[in-house]
Design a protein around this ligand. Structure first.
Ligand code: SAH
Length: 242
């Protein structure tokens, strides 16, 4: 009788430790990380390379960034699946292929200064930060932006984050070599085109919310802008008042 409480306590502790996430650096965690890495390799080959993405910097980044660290726990098993996933507040982490496609069109080189509109989970920002050290990202939904900022820091990604309406870009750090927009406004925001360097690239979806949008590549040539239609896509709408 004297020992029965002790036995119950030990059993409770054993059950709790079995349910908890594996301890950092433990064999169980190493095994889980290896499984995620295998899944990530499969994703790059089957969903990205096979669809024509060739930029070695983009492929290397997609193979390196732990996407599973950017998705809510209930979607962990789908972290490397070929579709977007909910991240709360009615928003989504983009489909891996779309992240790769948009990043490839930015023609990023190490040292380029890049602005992202729509930090969301922080995943796209991490991909950019694998390629260049100068990444700026704006998110309009405060809890998402704050969570992404913390997560990016934990993973050692050097990304400057702010909470604001990204329609207006980030004047203080302009001009940018490249701008990527992860939400779809119904027109191209002029502040963003103005914040591009000469020769700079802007990749963004444009179109009415709830429908398919068109992905555009806009290249600045002096005071002229070249518009290239990259095809139909589906994105969450751009929020804010403009
Ligand atoms: N790049 C993100 C994708 C997030 S989805 C990722 O990798 O997870 C698009 C994001 O754009 C959402 O988080 C949404 O809140 C944000 N957003 C929408 N309108 C915005 C605006 N006007 N300014 C900044 N962010 C905006």
């Amino acid at each position: 009788m004297k020992y029965s409480w002790f036995v119950v306590l030990v059993m409770v502790l054993l059950i709790l430790s079995a349910c908890a996430a594996p301890a950092p650096g433990s064999p169980a965690e190493n095994q889980a990380e290896e499984a995620f890495a295998t899944d990530r390799k499969r994703m790059v080959v089957e969903d990205i390379v096979r669809r024509g993405i060739k930029d070695p910097r983009v492929l290397e980044a997609m193979e390196k960034v732990p996407r599973h660290r950017f998705v809510p726990e209930e979607y962990l098993s789908e972290a490397y699946a070929d579709h977007p996933l909910p991240i709360g507040h009615g928003q989504t982490i983009s489909q891996p292929y779309i992240v790769a496609l948009m990043t490839q069109h930015l023609l990023l080189e190490p040292g380029d200064k890049v602005l992202e509109i729509g930090t969301g989970s922080g995943y796209q920002a991490a991909i950019l930060a694998e390629i260049t050290d100068e990444v700026y990202s704006v998110e309009i939904i405060e809890p998402l932006g704050k969570q992404a900022e913390t997560r990016l820091k934990e993973l050692d990604y050097n990304v400057h984050c702010k909470i604001d309406d990204g329609y207006y870009g980030w004047e203080e750090y302009a001009p940018f070599d490249a701008i990527i927009v992860a939400c779809a406004p119904d027109h191209v925001p002029q502040p963003l085109t103005r914040q591009l360097k000469d020769g700079g690239r802007l990749v963004m979806p444009v179109g009415p919310p709830g429908f398919y949008q068109t992905l555009w590549l806009i290249v600045r040539e002096g005071e002229q802008f070249k518009l290239i239609n990259l095809g139909g896509v589906r994105f969450v709408p751009m929020l804010g008042k403009h």
